[in-house]
Design a protein around this ligand. Structure first.
Ligand code: ZN
Length: 724
């Protein structure tokens, strides 16, 4: 037996600090200290790395929670914790072998407490559940934790057990996310920041990569010449490569080749992990290339596709490859993606093999509401359809919205519990949740808290989860912040707003300026309630950030502009074409510059979006005629469009595209026939009303003015929505 005594020093030092031990502790002789200490920790004779970590964590946090105060279990002092696969636990009929992987057990036998579990993480989970549920410790994020004020702790009979529900619980936070935060919260993978064996290792992917791997197995750049038959036949040519083409999935011998390479990767994965002290990977991915729909059109692929669909053809290929390689690896799983053309379930009786994971990506959802909302029927129905086609249905989820608006408010937290409960009820077994950029992302700490809680136990009572978080994280300010978030949710529902995965500013128009003012009032009150508590003052300020960004944008551009000479004799909304308001696509085709245009009085000296047209514009979309339009992405309809065969003149000129009644929800104006510059408008007072849409644009260069010595550019300085 190895008995850890170090905690005594920790306890005494703390006792001296908080004045609980009367200074006596630091001078006690060693023997007496051992008898009077609140607890002992016993490890197995030869502890595993994760058992040692579990003991260290227990010693550290329990020491902080007690701070020299007494600890009793079943009414008795002198508590001993038996951490991991100890002789005591075995004597009590709780040997390591009796636990399922990741199962944890907390059980008291008088003053002796067993904290143990299965696999490499069960014991850690037992310790963390004891510290979280029993002692009130919370790990909110990297370096962000709360330990309750030291006090005496008295436990009755302890007898709890559990096992996280989903088999794969991976929240991608950022590339260097602390694996301790993941494991303390019972996540078993950590984005692309590995979990070392000392923390129990991860349930993770091996090489070459976790998704879009076909071209990693047989790179077109390397084998395209030697084996053109392996790749998609498209328009009479064989094409391959990520973002370029796919594979000829019926090509004779290709599954043999894949199986050989898969074997190599499995060997490499195990060897690399062993060398770095990580657990061996558990999943290997075989999934289609990203960014292209060019699936093979050869007669044999076409015939096969007619029988069992895109998805069936893909699954047959994956199943056959896995079948060849997997016999020697019964403990491994193999994953593929249901992505774009392969999202529908396969036909003609094709199902995924027993050990094949199918991952569905939820990219079409309304991010601000739940999976049971009609807005999200597509994903809802996909999940229900797929559950009969694979034993391992996984989902690729998103906790964050993207693009420049990732820091704007959307009330998804109220729907996180129902979403993961639905997934659990419908056979989903694993997740990768992308929830990065914690410093920007809306209400990050709460949403991350709910996600990991639901991944561990989707059937838990979720009613009080948000309230509990609010009180613990924000203290007295929690109630006000919750009220602000509920207002956001209420308005979103009233206006039936649809916040896409990549939203535009218009989608936030559901929240009025009056609402923002009310939120500001609530946050001022919240901040006053925690004044002097630095940690909570910071937390309250962070919770306000997403509202603050929206308010700042409105303050800068929100009001109606009075009539202005050269623009209009009517009031108008002046929409910036740069910065937050603009989405610029296809960056590779052209060169964007946003800089200050000096010297042209009409441009107002503001930032201007400049499109430098280069030779890469092969399709000629930037040549004349020039186009301005307005698009409604919810109805998927162009609602206004006008073209100009030539510039109205040299220098800046106003181009009026005409009048349009703007939709109730999001919309954006676009420029050029390539729609490269897209400017969403978001300002209250615009939606649902009629406006004339006009833009201040200048053309330069020989493409627009033959003989010109300047370079070819389109400069967009202003966009105005003028009252009729
Ligand atoms: Zn083919």
């Amino acid at each position: 037996m190895r008995i850890r005594m170090k905690h005594i020093a920790v306890v005494c030092a703390l006792a001296a600090l908080v004045g609980c031990g009367g200074g006596e502790g630091t001078h006690r002789p060693a023997g007496v200290e051992a008898e009077t200490a609140q607890f002992r920790i016993v490890l197995p004779d030869e502890p595993k790395p994760w058992e040692k970590t579990a003991a260290e964590e227990l010693e550290h946090y329990l020491g902080l929670c007690l701070g020299g105060n007494s600890l009793t279990v079943e009414g008795r002092h002198g508590v001993t914790f038996h951490v991991g696969d100890t002789a005591f636990a075995r004597d009590q009929g709780l040997p390591f072998e009796s636990f399922k992987e990741e199962e944890w057990r907390i059980k008291s036998f008088g003053r002796n407490v067993v904290l143990s579990g299965g696999g490499t993480r069960g014991t850690l989970y037992a310790v963390y559940r004891f510290l979280e549920d029993g002692c009130g410790v919370r790990w909110w994020g990297d370096g962000d934790e709360d330990v309750p004020e030291p006090k005496p702790l008295a436990f009755g009979v302890l007898d709890r057990r559990g096992k996280p529900f989903f088999e794969c619980r991976n929240i991608y936070r950022w590339r260097k996310a602390d694996p301790r935060t993941a494991v303390r919260n019972r996540l078993n993978d950590n984005g692309n920041s590995p979990i070392p064996l000392s923390l129990g290792g991860a349930f993770t992917y091996g090489p070459p990569h976790l998704a879009h791997t076909w071209d990693w197995y047989v790179p077109f750049s390397k084998y395209g010449k030697e084996h053109p038959e392996w790749y998609s036949l498209w328009d009479g040519k064989r094409i391959g490569g990520d973002h370029q083409g796919q594979l000829c999935l019926t090509c004779p011998g290709l599954t043999d080749e894949f199986a050989r390479r898969l074997e190599d990767y499995i060997a490499k994965g195990s060897a690399d992990a062993a060398a770095k002290g990580f657990a061996a990977p558990r999943i290997y991915d075989i999934s289609q290339n990203d960014g292209t729909m060019k699936f093979c059109k050869c007669p044999s692929c076409t015939a096969e596709r007619a029988k069992c669909g895109h998805t069936g053809l893909m699954l047959k290929f994956v199943n056959a490859t896995v079948d060849k390689a997997a016999k020697a690896h019964p403990d491994l799983l193999f994953s593929t993606l249901a992505y774009h053309l392969t999202e529908p379930v396969p036909s003609n009786g094709v199902v995924a093999a027993e050990n094949v994971i199918v991952r569905l990506c939820n990219t079409t959802q309304n991010m601000a509401t739940g999976i049971l909302d009609p807005d999200n029927k597509f994903m809802h129905d996909q999940v229900i359809a797929w559950k009969d086609y694979t034993k391992h249905l996984y989902v690729w989820e998103y906790g964050i919205i993207y693009h420049k608006l990732k820091g704007y408010p959307f009330p998804s937290e109220f729907y996180i519990p129902e979403k993961y409960r639905f997934y659990a009820e419908n056979g989903v077994r694993g997740f990768l949740i992308e929830h990065e950029d914690f410093e920007q992302s809306d209400m990050y700490e709460l949403k991350f808290y709910l996600e990991r809680k639901m991944l561990e136990d989707p059937f838990q009572e979720s009613e009080g989860l948000i309230e509990d978080f609010m009180t613990r994280y924000y203290g007295a300010a929690g109630e006000m912040i919750l009220e602000a978030r509920k207002l956001l949710d209420r308005r979103r529902r009233e206006k039936k707003a649809f916040i896409r995965w990549f939203p535009s500013m218009g989608e936030f128009s559901f929240f009025s300026n009056d609402d923002l003012a009310e939120v500001k009032r609530l946050f001022d009150e919240a901040a006053a309630l925690v004044k002097g508590d630095r940690k909570r003052e910071d937390r309250v300020a962070r919770a306000y950030l997403s509202f603050g960004r929206l308010a700042d944008f409105r303050a800068k551009f929100g009001g109606k502009h009075p009539p202005e000479k050269g623009v209009s004799d009517k009031p108008f909304f002046d929409i910036p074409t740069d910065d937050l308001s603009s989405e610029n696509h296809e960056k590779s085709a052209i060169d964007f510059v946003k800089d200050i245009e000096i010297g042209d009085p009409l441009s107002g000296g503001d930032l201007v979006t400049r499109i430098k047209v280069t030779d890469t514009d092969k399709e000629g979309y930037y040549r004349l005629p020039f186009e301005i339009g307005v698009y409604d992405p919810i109805a998927k309809k162009t609602i206004l469009k006008k073209r100009w065969e030539k510039p109205l003149g040299e220098g800046y000129c106003w181009y009026s595209a005409g009048r349009v009644k703007l939709p109730e929800q999001g919309f954006f104006a676009y420029f050029t026939r390539k729609w490269t510059v897209q400017v969403p408008a978001c300002l209250p007072g615009m939606n649902g009303n009629e406006f004339e849409v006009k833009a201040l644009v200048k053309f330069t260069g020989p493409m627009f003015f033959p003989g010109s010595k300047e370079s070819n550019e389109i400069r967009i300085a202003r966009l105005a929505y003028v009252e009729p």
